[in-house]
Every structure is written in structure tokens, then in C-alpha cells.
Design a protein around this ligand. Structure first.
Ligand SMILES: Nc1ncnc2c1ncn2[C@@H]1O[C@H](COP(=O)(O)OP(=O)(O)OP(=O)(O)O)[C@@H](O)[C@H]1O
Ligand SMILES: [Mg+2]
Length: 594
């Protein structure tokens, strides 16, 4: 529900602060924009010339029977039309060109920002909303830049020209023609208000429809397993109905507004014929003037209709840009001010000193945690689910910022090390493995040019992933689809080991998957882990205690506090938490074996 709540904000159609910032995106293309505006202004000033020419044709050539003059003026009218169409082509091309370029820049900026935001940002912002920023909101701005902004100029320009021409030709008739203008303005205002409400409703319904659909598709397994198809179908039907109704409501207003504008225009023409006709009879007006006024009236109502549409575009563009800027201004980033560029430090010890941390103020998930991992040794962290194990890793790799306690690598505070350098030298095998679409090999080297094909194969061989990869159709070039749906959990784990090994980091962190796997795979993974840990400073978070019996030190974490530490043997002798954990698993294994 929350995902579309803030998408409901529909603000002003014009906000000078936002506009100023938007115009900054236009600056690189200011010459093109100036060109597009001059072109549209040229078109719009040519339009109102035609009725005037018609007036001249009627009054000066038709009524006097001047064939030659009539021919000339007809040619002139055709010529203005041709020139107008020609310019139109370039104007349209340029406005679209500008729009796409601006949107391209903006989308890159949003993406870059998204990639650099801290994880705590993503904890708070649902995926659907972020996708909307990069696609929907940016697209709305494209509409504003390419069709809105420039053509608004043109529309205002055309209207001014028409009014000027009308008054120039005959001001009394101009007054009569424009007498219904206030009514029209009021009608347009009313329409805009109604449509805005309806439009807001439509967007709400669309967001609802999408959110529901997205959830059901990603949860299709559960839907089918639990036999919920019929129930979900009914729920979808209700949402779909709401969506259709909202659309129909918004169309209703359009269906009233457009014919009304036609009606106004017809009334205007009626007034011209009635009043102008009378004047002609009295000899105060010529027939040409009357005809040109009818043409002007027809020309006049189109931009008015368009303007109200432009108003909607501007309104959603302002709302969209507000949301985009909000994202761009978000300062949930981990400060990256370190300048220590010495890679030598990664060959030193890792020391955690009095580390405390809370995701939410007041709810500490780590309390005064201290440990030393001497260079080249393996420290294992065990503890119940939610104990704070992964959190330690997230802080060490600087996914979250912290201010209580310190982490040192080779004697240097990690905050003094540039984040990218730090992460390059720490290899992390995550609890849940993420595979990108691409080939198996690409998923191991992740586009790092320093990793050769040979390295990829070597790494896979060492961790024992080679065997199953070669059985895949295409081997290392097999496509990984849908985040590796074709691979088993154990296989994905082995792939991520190969990935970590190929990157050959000095410090290795292993956050073991909780999922249980068969004994054979477990043994394979066990061997793979041994290979991975060789000669590296490593932290292993293990759920299967069998994984860590050889660790140099085991740390037992309980509710964010270190409760026990020592070797496997020492801890068993202590008969504390670790002992109990071990007993539980041991029994479990015996049961499985039986
Ligand atoms: N992004 C987050 N935002 C808020 N709270 C979080 C976040 N991540 C974890 N927590 C909370 O912090 C505590 C520690 O979580 P953590 O992921 O470190 O546990 P863990 O020991 O790795 O557990 P597991 O063995 O299940 O992986 C938990 O209570 C969890 O609810
Ligand atoms: Mg965890």
C-alpha cells in the first residue's frame, strides 16, 4: 500500500524552485532549445497569417473579380502552408531530440545515485517505488520537455497573435467574438479540477494493480502450492474493476469537455455571423473580414483545448521532478572520506574494538563487540538467528555507517580507507547468493578485466563447481536466467565460492546459507570452504558447526553480545552455549544418519 501513497502527491503545475532546477538539465542543450523555440514561434506566427490572407483574397480580389491577384494570393496561402509544414517537421524532431537527451542524462544520474545509496536507504524504500522513479517519473519529464514546455510557448504565442490580428482587422467584431471567453476559461478551469481528481484516482488504481500483480507473480509458487488461484483471481477482479471504473470516470470528463469546447466555438461563430452579418448589411463590414473571423475562431479553440492538457502534463511533471529530486538529494550514503591508499594494510590483523550498533535508534543489535582476527587465521562466529552475525559483516564492509567502536585493518581505521579499496580487498560470500542474468563465467568474473578465463576455470575447479558447470548445456557459457532458477541452492553457493576465489581477496568473509543441503553437497562445500580459507584472514559465519571445527577461534554471539570464545575443543569443555548448540546439531545428525 505504501508503495503508491507518495505517488498520489499532485502538486502545483508550476513551481519556480523546481523549474529552476529542471532548467539546469536543459542548459547543455540551450542552443537546440533556442532553435526549437524559434521554430515553433515561427510556425505559430505563420498560422494566423492565413485567415488574414483569406480576408484580402475575398475583399480585394474575389469581390472585384481580379483573377490574377486571386491566383497570386492563393499561391501565397499554399506557400505559407508548405513553409509551415516544413518548419513543423524540424521543430518536432528537435523537441523530441532535446527531450530524449535530457531524459537520458537524468536517468543516468538517478541510476548512479541509486547505486551509491547506503543499504539503509533500500531498507526504507520499496523496490516498486524506486523502479517508478527511474522509468515512470523520468518519462513524465520527457513528455514535459519534448511536448509540454516548447509547445506551451507556441500556444500562448498563437493565441496572442490571433487576438492581435482580430483586433487589427476589426475591434468591435473581435470583442463580440471573444465575449464568451470568460465562460470558456471558467469551463476549462472546472474541467481541469475534475480531471485532476480523476487522474489521481487512475494513478492510484494503476499502482494498486501493479503492486498486486507483481506480488502474485513473484509469489506464484506459494499461490499455487496453497491453492489460492481462485481467491487471488477474485481479488484481482475487484482491483481490476476499480481500475477500469477510474478510467471510465476520467474519460467521462473528457467526453464532456471536448464537445463543450466545440459548442463554445460554434456559439462564437454564430455570434460572428449574427453580429458581423448585420454589420455587412449596414455596410460597416466586409465579407472578407467575416470569413477571416470564422477561421480565426476555429484556430483559437484548439490551443485552448491543448493548454488544459499541457497543464496536466506540467502538473505531473512537477510532481515527478519533486520525487526525482528527493531521491537525488537523499543523503543516506556511507561517508567515503578515507584517503589511505596503502594495500599493504590488508596483510595485517583485523581488529574490532567495542563495536555497538543499532539499525533503529535505541534497539542495539550489537553490544560492545570486540575481537581480533590475526592475519592468515580463521575466526568463526556462531549464534542463533538474529544474533547480529551478518550485521558485523555489514559494518566491516561499510554497508552501514557506525559511530560506536572501531574496526581496524592492519592498524588503520577502516573509515580512513576509501570504501572501494576496502571492498576490493575483502571478499564476501553472502548468505543469499545473487546471480545476474548473463553466463556462468560472467557471474564468476563479474566483468573484472583482471580475471582471465583461465582464472575463472581454476577457481571453479578448486571449489568443485567445475563438475556441475560442465554438465550444463553450454558449460561456462550457459545463460543464467531469472537469478539462477535452474541451479540448486548448493550449486549457487559453489558458484559464489568460485566468484570469491577468482577475486582472490586478502580477507575473506563467509556468511553461510541457512538452507539445509544434502550430505554430498555439504561435503563438497566443506572442501570448497577449506580451499577458500587457505592462507587468508577469514571470518566464517556458520550454521553447520561441522564447517568450523578447524577454525582458530570460535566466537559465540548471543543477542549482539559475545558470550563465549575459544577453539572448538575449549568451548566443548566449557559446556556452555556452544556445547548445547553442538549437542543439538549432533543429535540431529545422528537422527538423520539413522
Ligand atoms: N536492515 C535492517 N534493518 C533493521 N533491522 C535489521 C536489519 N537487518 C537486520 N536487522 C535486525 O538486526 C538483528 C540482527 O540481524 P542479523 O542479520 O545480523 O542476524 P544474523 O545473526 O545474521 O541472523 P541469521 O543467522 O538469521 O542470518 C535482527 O534482530 C534483525 O531483525
Ligand atoms: Mg545473517
Amino acid at each position: 500500500m505504501e508503495a503508491y501513497q507518495d505517488d498520489e502527491i499532485i502538486g502545483k503545475a508550476y513551481d519556480s524552485k523546481l523549474m529552476k532546477r529542471l532548467l539546469a538539465y536543459v542548459r547543455p542543450y540551450r542552443w537546440q532549445v533556442a532553435g526549437a523555440i524559434s521554430l515553433t514561434v515561427a510556425i505559430s506566427s505563420l498560422g494566423p497569417v492565413r485567415p488574414y490572407l483569406t480576408k484580402v483574397a475575398v475583399d480585394e480580389y474575389i469581390t472585384t473579380g481580379d483573377y490574377h491577384g486571386l491566383f497570386m494570393i492563393a499561391g501565397l496561402i499554399v506557400l505559407t502552408l508548405l513553409v509551415q509544414s516544413g518548419i513543423h517537421y524540424f521543430a518536432m524532431y528537435y523537441t523530441q531530440w532535446i527531450g530524449q537527451h535530457i531524459v537520458y542524462d537524468m536517468r543516468m544520474q538517478v541510476f548512479a545515485k541509486l547505486q551509491n545509496l547506503a543499504l539503509s536507504f533500500f531498507d526504507k524504500n520499496p523496490l516498486g517505488r524506486l523502479i517508478t522513479r527511474v522509468t515512470g517519473d523520468v518519462e513524465v519529464l520527457n513528455e514535459m520537455f519534448s511536448s509540454g514546455l516548447v509547445t506551451v510557448f507556441a500556444d500562448v504565442f498563437v493565441l496572442t497573435w490571433i487576438i492581435a490580428f482580430m483586433f487589427f482587422i476589426s475591434w468591435p467584431l473581435a470583442l463580440v467574438t471573444l465575449s464568451i471567453l470568460p465562460l470558456l476559461v471558467y469551463g476549462t478551469f472546472l474541467f481541469r479540477k475534475k480531471v485532476r481528481e480523476a487522474y489521481r484516482d487512475v494513478r492510484k488504481q494503476v499502482a494498486r494493480l501493479n503492486a498486486f500483480l507483481q506480488e502474485r507473480i513473484s509469489g506464484i509458487l506459494t499461490v499455487q502450492l496453497m491453492g489460492r488461484e481462485h481467491r487471488e483471481y477474485q481479488r484481482y477482479r475487484k482491483i481490476n474493476r476499480g481500475h477500469a471504473d477510474a478510467h471510465i470516470r476520467s474519460v467521462f470528463y473528457y467526453a464532456i469537455f471536448y464537445p463543450s469546447v466545440e459548442l463554445f466555438s460554434a456559439v462564437s461563430i454564430g455570434l460572428i455571423v449574427w453580429y458581423g452579418g448585420g454589420q455587412i448589411v449596414q455596410g460597416a463590414l466586409t465579407l472578407g473580414v467575416l470569413i477571416s473571423f470564422i477561421q480565426y475562431t476555429e484556430m483559437f479553440f484548439r490551443p485552448i483545448r491543448d493548454l488544459s492538457e499541457k497543464y496536466n502534463i506540467m502538473q505531473s511533471a512537477m510532481a515527478s521532478s519533486e520525487r526525482i529530486f528527493q531521491l537525488l538529494d537523499d543523503d543516506t550514503v556511507v561517508p567515503d572520506t578515507g584517503t589511505r591508499n596503502d594495500t599493504q594494510i590488508f596483510r595485517g590483523d583485523v581488529v574490532i574494538e567495542n563495536l555497538s550498533f543499532a539499525y533503529k535508534r535505541g534497539e542495539d543489535v550489537l553490544r560492545d563487540v570486540s575481537m581480533t582476527i590475526p592475519h592468515g587465521s580463521t575466526v568463526a562466529i556462531v549464534g542463533a538467528t538474529g544474533a547480529g552475525k551478518t550485521t558485523i559483516i555489514s559494518l566491516l564492509t561499510r554497508f552501514y555507517d557506525f559511530d560506536r567502536g572501531r574496526i581496524l585493518i592492519g592498524g588503520t581505521d577502516i573509515k580512513d580507507i576509501p570504501v572501494s579499496l576496502l571492498r576490493r580487498h575483502i571478499g564476501v560470500v553472502m548468505q543469499d547468493v545473487f546471480l545476474f542474468s548473463g553466463t556462468i563465467a560472467e557471474n564468476i568474473h563479474l566483468g573484472n578485466p583482471e580475471i582471465s578465463e583461465e582464472d575463472v576455470r581454476n577457481a571453479a575447479e578448486i571449489v568443485g563447481a567445475d563438475r556441475f558447470i560442465r554438465q550444463l548445456e553450454g558449460g561456462y557459457d550457459a545463460e543464467v536466467k531469472e537469478r539462477g532458477a535452474m541451479l540448486s541452492v548448493g550449486q549457487k553457493q559453489l558458484l559464489s565460492f568460485a566468484r570469491a576465489l577468482a577475486f582472490n581477496p586478502e580477507i575473506l568473509i563467509l556468511d553461510e546459507a541457512t538452507a539445509s543441503i544434502d550430505t554430498e553437497t555439504e561435503q563438497m562445500i566443506q572442501r570448497a570452504i577449506e580451499e577458500l580459507l587457505k592462507g587468508r584472514t577469514s571470518i566464517v559465519i556458520a550454521h553447520r558447526l561441522s564447517t568450523i571445527q578447524n577454525a582458530d577461534k570460535i566466537i559465540v554471539l548471543h543477542k549482539g553480545k559475545i558470550r563465549e570464545e575459544g577453539t572448538h575443543k575449549e568451548l566443548l569443555q566449557k559446556k556452555g552455549i556452544y556445547y548445547r548448540l553442538y549437542q543439538l546439531q549432533y543429535k540431529d545428525q545422528e537422527l538423520r544418519a539413522a
